[in-house]
Every structure is written in C-alpha cells, then in structure tokens.
Design a protein around this ligand. Structure first.
Ligand code: MN3
Length: 201
C-alpha cells in the first residue's frame, strides 16, 4: 500500500478569509501530493520501509538506507507535517483554548505570550520550515522551529501543533507578510484536534 494524501477534512474555501481557496488547492493537491509521490518513489526499492507508518520512518530516519535517506527525510517529513496540518485547522476555529492544551498554554505563560513566542519562531525561521509546539523526550512542552520539512519526530520530540511557514503556505494572499499570516492563522486553529494529539505518544 503506497502512501496517500488524506482528503481535506473541510472544503477548500472553508478557511477563508484567513487562508484562501487557491492556496489550499495548490498546497493540498500539488505540494502535499508531490511529497507523497516522491516518498513512494524513494521507497520503490525498499519494500520493508514502505510498510511502516510515516511517523516510524521519521523516528528512525538514521536507519533509512543511505541512498534514499535525504529524499525520505524531505518527503516523509513533508507528508507527516502536512497530514497533521490539515487536521489541526478548521473553519470557525481559534478562540480560547480548552481542555489540556489550555493547561499547557497556561504553563507557557498564557495565550498571548504563547502566540507571540510561536509566531516569533515562525518569523525567525530563515527560508522555509515550520514553527512547532512539541513535547520533548523528557515530557517538557517547548516551542521550536525546524528547517525545510524536517519533523520534530527526527529529534525525538512529538509534534503537538505546527504551522507551515514555507512561502507556498501564504504567498498568494500575504505575499512577503509572513508575520500577518502567522497572526491570522490562529483564527483557524482546531483546539479539539490538538487536544487529541496531546493524548498521543
Ligand atoms: Mn506546505
């Protein structure tokens, strides 16, 4: 069974006006599809790796055969990151966090401070990458950023939530204004899904 792009859990225009319909089409149908196609291609001759969940591949990236390791790193990362990304957004999202994520955010200084620090991680990521809230190996919650499509799983951290700061995620609507995109993104955050991820290991 080859890796597949999961369908968007809402309409392409559902995140308007914060994320525009055209961006969602290109981002989901073209960019995510390309990561999946390239991952399947990279693992063509490595049947044992094709069967593993993408998260397991990323956790064991240094054991992936060397001839395809870079391709797998980029494209398994891209597949896992985007599969999470679609689910942690929803129309009419945002607002005050509830449940366990509210407690985590409180520990990190409250919503305003949390958003500021998270957005800052996104703004300061030079070039392409992601801003994250992760749970570290030690069980600590931390805001970090990764380059390119690197997944926190490669460092032994569990990604609780992440925002994509590649230009393809925002350029059509926000052009060079990454900070404005990061700020608007909180209006589509799906706290219920993030609470589900907090229960995962
Ligand atoms: Mn992307």
């Amino acid at each position: 069974m080859a890796f597949e792009v999961p369908p968007l859990p809402y309409a392409y225009n559902a995140l308007e006006p914060h994320i525009d319909e055209q961006t969602m089409h290109l981002h989901h149908d073209k960019h995510h599809q390309a990561y999946v196609d390239n991952l399947n291609k990279a693992l063509e001759k490595h049947a044992d790796w094709q069967k593993k969940p993408v998260e397991e591949i990323l956790r064991n990236i240094n054991s992936v055969p060397e001839d395809v390791r870079t391709a797998v790193r980029n494209n398994a990362g891209g597949h896992a990151n985007h599969s999470m990304f679609w689910k942690i957004m929803k129309p009419q999202g945002g607002g005050e966090p509830k449940g366990k994520i509210a407690d985590v955010i409180k520990e990190l200084g409250g919503l305003a401070a949390f958003q500021e620090k998270f957005n800052d991680a996104g703004v300061k990521r030079f070039g392409s990458g992601w801003a994250w809230l992760v749970r570290s190996k030690a069980g600590k919650y931390e805001i970090v950023s990764t380059a390119n499509q690197d997944s926190p799983l490669m460092d032994g951290n569990f990604p609780i939530m992440g925002n994509d700061v590649w230009e393809h995620a925002y350029y059509l609507k926000y052009q060079n204004r990454r900070a404005e995109y990061l700020k608007a993104w909180w209006n589509v955050v799906n706290w219920d899904e993030i609470n589900k991820r907090l229960e995962e290991k």
